[in-house]
Design a protein around this ligand. Structure first.
Ligand SMILES: C[S@@+](CC[C@H](N)C(=O)[O-])C[C@H]1O[C@@H](n2cnc3c(N)ncnc32)[C@H](O)[C@@H]1O
Length: 280
């Protein structure tokens, strides 16, 4: 479907929120997006990527542009931001293939995007609003399009994101600087809005983080070889009881060594939220 421009005078969908951002803050998600969706970008006709809610500076959108252009040299990236002052501040950084426009969840771009990245945007909305935003964004995607929606710490050392396609949420990825935490559940504070309030006993995401902490504790002897070896050993153990992605592009030792782990959404979905099965 074509994502139409917002008719003149119509308010963008959403609310301006704090504009905190920073250089390289989203590098973990950028690296993952380039690796996992590189083939999608390469095979698409005129791929368009939207960075929704880029904040007070153009910088994370410009970094995404640079990183994705290494994969697909003619990819177009549009930064969409609801705050007009922030759009005006980013305009001077436009260049061929990179532009900034005012808009909201309706995505005022001239064709359906292949990838929508939204980081540190939905956390400031309510949980039900976040699900509504997911639904609206999914309805704007190109065929085979995906959304990468997540949250990270101030300088990006801890991050979590959900990947969604037209059918709904598909995966959750946790990513951390390996020297930057005590136990995996420290990443819980960065869970996306749809999960953060579900990290309570009886919910699957809570069970998952509890088991990850146990696996991390049992992998302590590997710490002698460094936090990277310990993370890989913990994820391998976790994969014995959870359907952790264990093969490329989403999983396997190469990705785990980066401090990542990806799990199918179906394994973690909050109670009361229907989710599509692996083929559904
Ligand atoms: C905390 S900043 C995040 C900046 C950047 N994505 C990052 O992670 O560093 C969130 C930005 O999202 C914008 N925003 C919030 N809701 C939005 C919406 N519905 N559409 C577009 N931008 C939105 C806010 O105005 C704010 O500038």
């Amino acid at each position: 479907m074509n994502a139409a421009r917002v008719p003149a005078g119509r308010r963008p969908v959403g609310e301006a929120t704090r504009g905190t951002t920073g250089h390289n803050r989203l590098r973990r998600a950028d690296r993952w997006t380039a690796a996992v969706y590189g083939p999608l970008l390469v095979s698409a006709d005129r791929p368009l990527v939207v960075d929704l809610g880029y904040g007070a500076s153009h910088v994370t959108t410009s970094e995404l542009f640079t990183r994705l252009r290494r994969v697909r040299p003619d990819v177009e990236v549009v930064g969409v931001e609801i705050d007009p002052v922030r759009v005006a501040a980013a305009k001077p950084y436009e260049r061929p293939g990179l532009s900034f426009v005012r808009g909201g969840f309706e995505l005022p771009v001239d064709r359906a995007p292949l990838i929508v990245r939204a980081f540190n945007v939905l956390r400031q909305y309510g949980e039900a609003q976040a699900w509504d935003a997911w639904d609206l964004l999914r309805s704007r995607l190109a065929a085979n399009g995906v959304i990468v929606e997540g949250t990270c710490s101030e300088i990006g050392h801890r991050a979590a994101w959900v990947a969604l396609d037209a059918r709904g949420p598909r995966t959750l990825t946790l990513a951390a600087r390996l020297a930057g935490f005590e136990r995996p559940s420290d990443l819980a504070e960065r869970l996306p809005k749809a999960l953060i309030h579900r990290n309570v006993p009886g919910e699957r995401v809570h069970d998952f983080l509890r088991d990850f902490d146990r696996a991390w504790a049992l992998a302590a002897p590997y710490g002698a070889y460094g936090a990277r070896s310990r993370w890989v050993a913990a994820v391998e153990r976790l994969a014995g009881t959870w359907p952790v992605a264990a093969a490329p592009p989403l999983g396997g030792r190469r990705r785990w060594r980066l401090g990542e782990v990806t799990v199918p959404w179906t394994a973690l979905a909050p109670h009361g939220r229907a989710t599509p099965g692996p083929g559904g």
